[in-house]
Design a protein around this ligand. Structure first.
Ligand SMILES: Cc1cc2nc3c(=O)[nH]c(=O)nc-3n(C[C@H](O)[C@H](O)[C@H](O)COP(=O)(O)O)c2cc1C
Length: 195
């Protein structure tokens, strides 16, 4: 079977962000799986303009645009900021629209508190629906993230290996199923599907 292209988006540009650790660790777990091809996109690398926004400037971000066109799904790693998502994450997502349609998105929630970003994920669900993304139902949550990795980003709690496997199994299933649908079931959104 073809490899699935499943990029990971790290959704904060905060200095000293802890979310970088689960993001990098998860990319490592994904790279161990033969059926997945991935790469990490970091919101802090986008250099978004202060005076423009949205799809009108997507040509300034060709790697992001072309990767999402090719992608079979997306992983979003988001910290919880006042129960919501970082503005920079929304700004990156809003660069595209039709490129996301009928692809799955899986959420990694990261928080200093005890809920592991469950509230930010709930806040993101209605927003990504408008992008045409289909949300998986196996989230990966990192509560008290400051205690889950050492300063070098080494995972300190091996339970996350099992949780990440379940999270990725679900994403892979959704990705394969929706890829088949995009390629085979007629839709005005997918020219490749049989008419
Ligand atoms: C503006 C801001 C708001 C935050 N709000 C919350 C919150 O609502 N709940 C929570 O558990 N942690 C909150 N935190 C702490 C983050 O969850 C914590 O910094 C964690 O490490 C993930 O964010 P980071 O990747 O920026 O480090 C907040 C942090 C910032 C900077």
């Amino acid at each position: 079977m073809d490899k699935l292209l499943l990029p990971v988006l790290l959704g904060t540009n905060r200095k000293n962000r802890n979310s970088v650790h689960p993001a990098r660790w998860l990319v490592g777990e994904m790279e161990k799986r033969a059926e997945i091809q991935t790469r990490l996109f970091d919101a802090s690398d986008f250099g978004l303009p202060h005076d423009d926004y949205g799809q009108g400037i997507k040509h300034l971000f060709p790697e992001w645009r072309d990767t999402i066109i090719q992608a079979d799904g997306l992983v979003i790693v988001t910290p919880e900021y006042n129960h919501g998502y970082p503005g920079v994450l929304k700004a990156v997502l809003d660069l595209l629209l039709k490129e996301y349609i009928h692809k799955p998105v899986a959420f990694v929630g990261v928080s200093a508190g005890r809920w592991g970003g469950t509230r930010v994920i709930e806040a993101m669900v209605p927003m990504v629906r408008e992008l045409g993304l289909a949300v998986t139902f196996s989230d990966l949550n990192f509560p008290s993230v400051q205690n889950k990795f050492d300063a070098d980003g080494k995972l300190l709690d091996q339970v996350f290996e099992k949780l990440a496997k379940e999270f990725l199994d679900e994403l892979v299933w959704m990705s394969r199923t929706l890829k088949w649908g995009r390629e085979n079931v007629p839709s005005k959104h997918h020219q490749s599907a049989a008419k």
